[in-house]
Design a binder for this molecule. Structure first.
Ligand code: FAD
Ligand code: NAP
Length: 338
């Protein structure tokens, strides 16, 4: 079951070639427990892997990569709503499409996000104003140190903007094995993002009677029109988080750059990182194997299948330049390994 010296290039959407000392694909909880014991006996670090769409491999991985391939999902209804329970290895988009095809609303804004449902809570995935935590009920995870299963309710996960306890205090401590969501019985379309409302306005649809399938179709069409498909142009989606700044910093920037794209976020302001990178002149820049996507400056691409170091050097140069030009720090969204 455990393989040696595996090239991870097919297992990450940036298509970076890097070798893992050990690799295991697990389909059952027992196999997962055995893989954890193997790593424990040899004091190996562990990298739980879903679809590899939010990682950057900066070199060979000296430990055990565990590809979580637990499968199966079900949907049932109770008084609270439609309860969706899915094993961690289920493809996220396939689950979204299964719900909208059954005319169940709630996940449609999150259509076409690559990866597995087991990784979705890690950064509390979000798109077009909806986040995983809006539908989240609980998850089950196996503790890496003991192999024991534990349930986490929403309050245990400390979800926030593209963040959760699994990126912080509990980083590298658990492998998520199952995710449970609840879709509302009374569904309402969320189409307030300009791209989405403009798309809907351009269709011959009755906006008062939108269906989850229509919204999903809108999201899919918009995303396909501006985001590179990883199979065609390797990438890890948005490379940086949108920075959150205080009102004072926002007002100073806005005075200097009246067309700054920013949104109120509680007492602070969320700046569109893509706008900052674009305005700093990086959109469409190509540097050897890597570059910045010409339609969306927030997406770094790796068409030449360069090494992780090329990607991280480009990211560092962009962040440094944006800081020099706007005084704003950019933080990478994907996690770097090792
Ligand atoms: P991986 O990349 O395999 O893993 C990501 C992290 O989670 C790693 O640290 C890994 O160790 C950990 N992990 C994975 N599985 C488990 C598990 N079972 N238990 C514990 N830890 C685990 N993200 C958004 O939020 N919104 C978007 O709209 C969006 N769009 C994207 C578009 C493109 C084209 C791409 C390439 C990426 C996009 N992403 C987006 C980022 C990414 O798809 C999500 O973060 C997704 O949830 C990652 O899933 P994955 O299975 O590929 O995770
Ligand atoms: P967009 O629609 O061009 O918008 C640019 C930025 O403005 C986004 O980052 C978005 O923030 C913000 N924004 C737009 N309208 C907003 C509103 N009404 N309220 C608050 N914030 C608003 O963005 P895009 O790049 O095409 O992406 C569309 C959606 O897909 C976004 O939600 C984005 O996060 C998501 N996406 C994520 C990834 C990833 O890898 N994380 C990759 C592709 C797309 P938010 O990002 O906070 O939503």
């Amino acid at each position: 079951m455990i393989e040696n010296d595996i090239d991870l290039q097919p297992h990450n959407t940036l298509a970076i070639s890097a070798h893992s000392a050990f690799f295991a694909r697990v389909e059952t909880l027992e196999q997962l427990r055995e893989a954890l014991a193997f790593a424990r006996d040899r004091s190996l670090p562990i990298l739980p892997l879903g679809g590899g769409s939010n990682i950057v491999l900066t070199g060979d991985y000296p430990g055990l990569v565990i590809q979580v391939d637990l499968r199966g999902f079900s949907i049932r209804s109770d008084n609270s709503g439609h309860i969706l329970e899915a094993a961690a290895g289920e493809n996220w988009h396939r689950i979204v499409m299964a719900t909208v095809q059954g005319e169940l609303g709630g996940l449609e804004n999150l259509a076409l996000i690559p990866g597995k449902i087991g990784a979705a809570p890690i950064q509390n995935i979000g798109a077009y104003g909806v986040e995983l935590c809006d539908r989240f009920v609980s998850l089950q995870a196996m503790e890496i140190a003991s192999g024991e299963l534990r349930n986490f309710a929403a309050k245990d996960c400390s979800f926030s903007y593209r963040d959760s306890v699994f990126k912080g205090k509990l980083r590298d401590k658990y492998i998520i094995t199952q995710v449970n969501l609840c879709l509302p019985k009374k569904w309402q379309a969320h189409i307030d993002y300009p791209a989405l409302s403009q798309y809907v306005a351009g269709q011959n649809w009755n906006v008062d009677r939108l269906t989850p399938s229509q919204v999903a179709q809108a999201v899919i069409d918009i995303r396909n029109s501006k985001l590179p498909l990883p199979d065609k142009i390797p990438n890890a989606g948005s490379f940086f988080k949108n920075p959150i700044v205080d009102t004072h910093s926002y007002l100073n920037l806005k005075a200097e750059h009246p067309d700054l794209v920013a949104f109120a976020a509680g007492d602070c302001w969320k700046l569109a990182a893509g706008w900052l990178i674009d305005r700093a002149g990086w959109r469409g820049v190509r540097r050897d194997a890597v570059g910045v996507h010409e339609l969306q400056a927030l997406v770094l691409v790796n068409p030449g299948r360069g090494a992780g170091a090329e990607v991280t050097r480009l990211a560092e140069d962009i962040a440094e330049d944006v800081h020099a030009k706007f005084g704003v720090s950019l933080e990478p969204e994907p996690r770097y390994y090792p």
